[in-house]
Design a protein around this ligand. Structure first.
Ligand SMILES: Nc1ncnc2c1ncn2[C@@H]1O[C@H](COP(=O)(O)OP(=O)(O)OP(=O)(O)O)[C@@H](O)[C@H]1O
Length: 821
């Protein structure tokens, strides 16, 4: 009873603690606190500055005040920040840190700006820097102005500086304190940047560089550009990583640069990134011209080729781009939404194990095979018996008897692996009498999943040795899922989607779901505005109609092409590099660059699609499978009919990751996995995963439809984007006409917009239209032909942009009016 009561009492406490902490995590709270902090900093600045002019007069009032005198309106305090400002200035400057108290203002402003998200600062570094400077300046000023302490109304180092410096002088003497302050300053600079070490080294050996230079012979100066570039690279390394190799490259630094380098010691308040290599390399090359004048060395220039000017783009705002900002309050689904099911801990039935062991030994003996040891690994649904044959028994003998042994053990789902890859043993997989479900919850809750660094982590289930089995879809990069009906395909696909939903933010991942059965994936409809992608004119984001599938796949090909275009322009090899550059604001959104979410295409009943649409579906799928990996588009296709006319050679070649649930015949297993085995599985999520050489037997994690519904509802209740992710528009081939016969009665819906675009840019370029409207080349070309026919652009000029025949927008409007649009 008492316990219940105390539980009840603690409950409201917990709720209020949660509310309390939620209040302080709230972005608005942060902003308000930040604003107050900045305003307070301004107020202190006013008080401190005023203190220099009014402090003398105010001091006598503050020192001789009557109780309550300062509260009165006529308190005669002169400070611009009033009586409280005068008190604060007197306290912080005179009684504490002297002029160094300005660092308090600086820190308050930095904290305020950070909380308001106006700028990104590393608060801890600023706190350390401001604290060190506060104390150092206070002591130094106390030390320097010790003689004036008491003569003036301002104590430059404050009482703290005065007292500490006096005490230190009594302990280590004046020279000792001078040295201590000097060392402290050096340590502070080293804390800020490792470059300080380099500067100190150079300062200690000023002649070193010159001497070495004299030793240099003329040919060195005439080295080929390749070598110079190499030097530059080395020089970069030197700056970023001072070490023993540095000495060589100091030879290459012009004498003048030594001083420059000293002047360029980064100060924390100039730029947070001052220690980064690219910032540091500048001083080494900034004075090239002067160097040429001052030395006999011939001129040399280093040209740094970049792919495009884009590369050098630095965005107008300093903090890195945060793709999650639009939905920054998005909460990942919690594990509570998933069911517990039965206990999935080890549950070993010793009786069963011993019986199986005896049967295996007996059967093998009947074939004349003696074994020296047998070891069992009990998985959730299968137990693996690892057998070491007695000396003299050849594995090939066991391999030849594989079918007979399986038959003799006469249990469904027996698979013999002879030998187990990488081991000299033979494996016999025997199904457990009481298979256990592998709940999705336990998989998602595992350390392996929680701490994964995979880009697209897909948790599939547990292996025979009870390890969580995960793959990175980004590396897979496309997956083929097959299995007879009712063997666990849909559960498997749900497990894949669920694991991605638990790890990815809506800004980072979009699904394109094709569900010809119309019911299996309808549960994901509520997350349309968060995680789904669709065609601009598509009504439902879950695609069930075959013609829409063809359009969507072609649209994905356009998206793929435009992503490749952007990657090429940015000089990146894959989406990861590209997004990293975009986040660091090295790519200009005004030039078409954008953050690219991963796109995962899931096609259920692929067999059905191929039967109805044939090549129309196969071609774009194969294109995507062949090329889309680098641009973050991944396909998962599932079929219950694993026949060669559905899973064709091209499809197989491009889907290296294969998942096989139980199939009816060995032929089907061969079609999916290129080997038998899937026909021996026991169903209910028992599967073989193949990527590379040997398939792994996995018990697929179980996630039920109501669980997925709960997850989808949880996500859908949160703020989403205004629409689903829009794929580029695709206009089918049938509506294309040849260049010669442009039909001005059927103008493209984007005709007018495209006309304005080319006139504004005065550039008749098809790729401009393609890029700005995210449409395919064919359509952009057709629009260009229509523009030509309308007299807005001139005829094609090969690879050059066409001439624009309208001078300005007024001219264009007249032309458009004439067309009577
Ligand atoms: N991983 C699993 N663990 C336990 N039971 C499972 C698992 N996967 C599937 N099952 C059981 O098998 C049943 C059928 O699974 P599922 O609906 O995924 O089959 P399917 O292959 O998609 O069938 P269909 O092709 O007809 O849609 C489920 O209702 C469930 O009872």
């Amino acid at each position: 009873m008492a316990k219940k009561k105390s539980d009840k009492e603690t409950e409201p406490k917990k709720v209020s603690t949660k509310r309390f902490s939620a209040f302080f995590k709230n972005e608005t709270t942060h902003f308000v606190i930040g604003l107050i902090s900045v305003i307070f900093a301004v107020y202190l600045l006013l008080a401190f500055t005023s203190f220099f002019f009014t402090g003398a007069a105010d001091q006598s009032i503050l020192d001789n005040q009557q109780p309550g005198e300062l509260m009165q309106t006529a308190n005669h305090v002169k400070n611009y920040a009033g009586a409280r400002g005068a008190q604060l200035a007197e306290f912080l400057i005179n009684e504490c840190f002297g002029l160094a108290a300005y660092f308090i203002i600086l820190f308050l402003a930095v904290v305020g700006m950070k909380l308001m998200r106006a700028y990104q600062f590393r608060i801890w570094k600023w706190f350390m820097s401001c604290s060190i400077l506060l104390i150092w300046f206070s002591i130094t000023l106390g030390f320097i102005f010790d003689g004036t302490f008491g003569d003036s109304f301002i104590y430059p180092g404050g009482l703290h500086g005065h007292n500490v410096s006096n005490w230190l002088i009594s302990q280590i003497g004046i020279p000792g304190l001078g040295l201590l302050l000097f060392i402290a300053a050096l340590l502070f600079f080293i804390y800020l940047s490792n470059e300080t070490i380099l500067v100190i080294r150079k300062a200690l050996r000023p002649n070193f560089r010159r001497k070495k230079k004299e030793e240099q012979t003329a040919p060195t100066a005439k080295e080929s550009p390749v070598k110079e570039t190499f030097r530059k690279e080395e020089a970069k390394k030197e700056f970023s990583n001072p070490g023993p190799a540095i000495v060589d490259f100091e030879l290459e630094q012009p004498a003048k640069n030594e001083e420059d380098a000293e002047e360029q010691v980064p100060f924390p308040f100039e730029n947070e990134q001052a220690t980064e290599p690219e910032m540091v390399q500048e001083p080494a090359y900034a004075n090239e011209e002067e160097e040429a004048e001052n030395t006999d060395e011939p001129d040399f220039s280093i040209s740094e080729e970049t792919n495009e000017e884009d590369e050098a783009y630095k965005g107008p705002v300093l903090p890195p781009y945060n793709p999650r900002l639009d939905l920054e309050n998005y909460k990942f689904p919690s594990l509570d939404l998933l069911n517990e099911y039965e206990d999935d801990g080890p549950n070993i039935d010793m009786e069963e194990q011993n019986a199986n062991k005896d049967r295996i030994i007996k059967v093998l003996r009947s074939f004349g095979i003696e074994i020296s040891s047998i070891k069992a690994s009990v998985g959730p649904t299968i137990t693996l018996y690892e057998i070491t044959p007695a000396e003299g028994v050849r594995i090939s003998k066991i391999r030849n008897l594989e079918d007979d042994i399986a038959l003799s053990l006469s249990a469904l789902g027996i698979r013999i692996i002879a030998p187990i890859p990488g081991k000299g043993t033979i494996g016999i997989e025997v199904p457990n009498a009481n298979p256990r479900i592998v709940p999705m919850k336990s998989i998602l809750n595992s350390k392996k999943f929680q701490e994964t660094t995979y880009e697209l982590p897909v948790a599939l289930g547990k292996t025979i040795t009870n390890e969580v089995f995960m793959v990175d879809l980004a590396k897979a990069p496309h997956m083929l899922v097959a299995g007879a009906t009712g063997q666990g395909k849909s559960v498997g696909l749900n497990a894949i989607v669920t694991s991605l939903l638990y790890k990815k933010h809506p800004a980072e991942l979009k699904f394109v779901i094709v569900d010809p059965k119309k019911v299996e994936f309808a549960i994901y409809a509520p997350i349309e505005k968060h995680f789904l992608a669709k065609l601009p004119d598509g009504e439902d984001a879950i695609i069930t109609d075959v013609t829409k599938v063809v359009q969507t796949l072609n649209s994905l090909c356009i998206e793929m092409d435009s992503r490749y275009d952007l990657l090429r322009k940015a000089g990146c090899r894959n989406i990861k590099e590209y997004n990293a550059k975009f986040i660091n604001r090295q790519l200009n959104p005004e030039k078409g660059h954008r953050f690219m979410p991963y796109i995962v295409i899931i096609i259920d009943e692929f067999g059905d699609l191929i039967m109805t649409a044939g090549k129309e579906v196969e071609l774009p799928i194969c294109r995507i499978a062949q090329l889309a990996r680098a641009v973050g588009i991944h396909a998962i296709i599932a079929t219950q009919r694993p026949t060669t006319n559905i899973i064709t050679g091209t499809i197989k070649a491009n889907f290296p990751a294969r998942v096989a649930f139980r199939v009816a015949a060995m032929m089907d297993s061969r079609t999916i996995l290129d080997r038998s085995g899937a026909q021996q599985l026991i169903g209910k999520g028992d599967m073989l995963y193949l990527q590379g050489n040997d398939p792994v037997r996995v018990q697929c994690a179980f996630v039920d439809t109501p669980e997925v519904e709960k997850i989808a509802n949880y996500i859908s209740k949160q703020q989403g984007y205004t629409t689903a992710f829009m794929l580029p528009e695709y206009v089918g081939e049938e509506s294309e006409s040849s260049v010669g016969e442009v039909d001005m009665n059927r103008l493209d819906p984007m005709f007018e917009d495209a006309a304005r675009l080319v006139v504004i840019h005065q550039q008749g370029s098809t790729s401009l239209i393609q890029r700005k409207f995210s449409i395919g080349y064919n359509r952009a070309g057709r629009i260009m032909d229509q523009l030509e026919k309308a007299g807005i652009v001139g005829p094609t000029q090969g690879s050059k942009a066409r001439d624009v025949l309208c001078m300005d927008e007024t001219d264009l409007e007249m032309k458009l009016n004439n067309l009577q649009l």
